[in-house]
Write a protein that binds this ligand. Sequence first.
Ligand code: AMP
Length: 125
Amino acid sequence: MPIDATLPYDDSNIFARILRGELPSKTVYEDEYALAFHDINPQAPLHILVIPKGAYVSWDDFSERGSDAEIAGFTRAVGKVARDAGLVAPGYRLLANVGLDSHQEIPHLHVHIFAGKPLGPMLAR
Ligand code: AMP
């Protein structure tokens, strides 16, 4: 079910539980500001999720309430994960769903990194 991204942060969400170590993840990168791990249901040959460590519902929430250090740290982490995976030359896609119309399912900000094949048009037609 898609979530309403205007609701307050709910710290029982799956990604909050991964950050607390209550659920496992296949981690590819971690630093002070971000955790990156493989999506459990990959939609491309490589499908990584990058999440901020802070409690933010969505990109909208993060860009409004996140500190400059958190925003810089998270943004740099997304780029580092892509570079370290060797994705700059072949290319990759970043996607962040926000709220109902985008079908955001987990109410903790996450950036999808899709790669590993030509990804086709940006949206289904
Ligand atoms: P979104 O629709 O943008 O909210 O995407 C949520 C993503 O989280 C989907 O691609 C799911 O496959 C993924 N996902 C759900 N549970 C887990 C989990 N426990 N570990 C890794 N990825 C997950």
